[in-house]
Design a protein around this ligand. Structure first.
Ligand SMILES: Cc1ncc(COP(=O)(O)O)c(C=O)c1O
Length: 354
C-alpha cells in the first residue's frame, strides 16, 4: 500500500459495546462506536478522520438530497478462527465504488483513503467484529454530494464515509421470490450497474407490492420485454440447470456482484461447468416444471448464499426442489464460509488480514 495517511483519531468517550446485544442484530440498525470521514473540495481529499459515530450537520440544500449523487458499497470483516480479522475482497468493492462514482459524475476515492480508512476504523472498533459463526462486521462505504445550493450539475464538494454495523444471518429461511413483470429496476444505458441510491429507491414500491402478496424478494427482468432474468433486489441470482451453474451475465443493468464472481471461481475450481449468459424466464419456469433446474439461490454480501424455495410468476407459484437436498449451493456456501472465517487455506488470496 502507499504511504501511511494522516488520519486524525477522536475516540468515543463511552463505548456502546456493553449495551449492545450481539444475539439481536437486525441488519443495519446497530452501528459501531466510530466512523471514518474524508471530505472532497477543490479537487482534493482532505480532513481524514475517525470520530465517534453520530449525526453530521448538513444543509438541507445538499445536492445529494435533490439530485441523487449518492453511491455506496457493502463488504464484510470476519473474525477468523485464529482471532485475527480479515476483510473479504475489499479491492473489488473499491473498484466497483469508483466505477459507480464515475457513472454518477463523482470524484474517485483514492485507494489508500479507502483501504487505510477501513484499517483505521476496524483497528479502533476491533471488538465490534463478532465471533459467532455466521456473524460479521458489515462495512458500508458511502459518498454523497454536499454542495449546499440548488442547480442540476455535478457537485464540487463530497463526503466519503465508512460506517460499520455488526450483523448476523440476513435471511433465515428459503426465499419466496416473485418474477417482476411490470416494474423495472434498470434499463440499457442507465445506471443499473452502479451502486447508486436511486436504484434502490425505485425498487421500494414494487417490492412493497410484492411483500403484500407474501413474497420476500423480487426477481428483476429486462426492461425491454420482461423476457430475461437480471438479478434480485440486493443479490445476484444463480441457478443449477442440467448440472451446470447458470447465472445472468453482467451487463449495464446488472450489478457485478463480488459474491457472484467468487462463487463462479469456486464452482470452476470444483469442476462445475459455469455458464454466464442471458437466462430467460421461460427457461427457468420450464426447468422447474421438468426437473432440470435443481438449485437456485441469491448471492450477495448481505444475503450470502440464500436458497430460493418458491418462485411466483404471473400469479402462479412454483415450488423448487427441497433446499435440504441441494448439494451444489450448500457445498459452495460452506467453502465460501470456511475461507472467510479462515478455516481452510485462502488459495485465491481473497482475505485481507488486518
Ligand atoms: C442490486 C444488487 N445486486 C447484487 C448484489 C450483490 O453484490 P455483492 O455480492 O458484491 O454484495 C447487491 C449487493 O451488494 C445488490 O445491491
Amino acid at each position: 500500500m502507499n504511504d501511511t495517511l494522516d488520519i486524525t483519531i477522536t475516540k468515543a468517550e463511552n463505548s456502546r459495546l456493553t449495551v449492545t446485544d450481539f444475539s439481536q442484530l437486525p441488519f443495519g440498525k446497530v452501528f459501531s462506536d466510530h466512523m471514518f470521514i474524508a471530505e472532497y473540495d477543490n479537487g482534493q481529499w482532505s480532513n481524514l478522520r475517525v470520530l465517534p459515530y453520530g449525526p453530521i450537520p448538513m444543509s438541507p440544500a445538499i445536492s445529494a438530497l435533490h439530485y441523487g449523487q449518492a453511491i455506496f458499497e457493502g463488504m464484510k470483516a470476519y473474525r477468523q478462527a485464529d482471532g485475527k480479522i480479515s476483510v473479504f475482497r475489499p479491492e473489488k468493492n473499491f473498484e466497483r465504488f469508483n466505477k459507480s462514482a464515475d457513472r454518477m459524475s463523482m470524484p474517485a476515492v483514492p485507494k489508500e483513503i479507502f483501504m487505510q480508512g477501513i484499517a483505521a476504523l476496524i483497528d479502533i472498533d476491533e471488538k465490534w467484529v463478532p465471533a459467532q459463526d455466521g456473524y460479521s462486521l458489515y462495512i458500508r462505504p458511502v459518498m454523497f454530494a454536499t454542495d449546499p445550493y440548488l442547480g442540476v450539475k455535478p457537485s464540487d464538494k463530497y463526503i466519503f464515509a465508512l460506517l460499520t454495523t455488526p450483523t448476523g444471518p440476513y435471511y433465515s429461511k428459503a426465499l419466496k421470490v416473485k418474477i417482476e413483470m411490470e416494474y423495472t429496476r434498470a434499463d440499457d444505458g442507465g445506471v443499473g450497474y452502479a451502486k447508486t441510491a436511486g436504484n434502490y429507491a425505485r425498487s421500494l414500491y414494487p417490492f412493497a407490492e410484492a411483500q403484500k402478496e407474501g413474497f420476500d424478494q423480487l426477481i428483476w427482468t429486462d426492461a425491454a420485454a420482461h423476457e430475461y432474468i437480471e438479478e434480485a433486489g440486493t443479490a445476484n441470482l444463480i441457478f443449477v440447470i442440467n448440472g451446470k451453474l447458470v447465472t445472468p451475465s453482467v451487463r449495464s443493468t446488472v450489478l457485478d456482484g463480488v459474491t457472484r464472481d467468487t462463487i463462479i471461481q469456486l464452482a470452476k475450481k470444483a469442476g462445475i461447468e459455469v455458464e454466464e449468459r442471458r437466462v430467460s424466464v421461460k427457461e427457468v419456469i420450464e426447468g422447474i416444471e421438468n426437473g432440470t433446474l435443481t438449485d437456485a439461490f441469491a448471492a450477495g454480501t448481505a444475503a450470502t448464499v440464500t436458497p430460493i424455495g418458491e418462485i411466483g410468476y404471473l400469479g402462479k407459484t412454483y415450488t423448487l426442489t427441497d433446499p435440504a437436498t441441494r448439494t451444489v449451493s450448500a457445498g459452495i456456501a460452506k467453502t465460501l464460509n470456511d475461507i472467510r472465517y479462515g478455516l481452510v487455506p485462502d488459495e485465491f488470496g481473497w482475505n485481507w488480514v488486518l
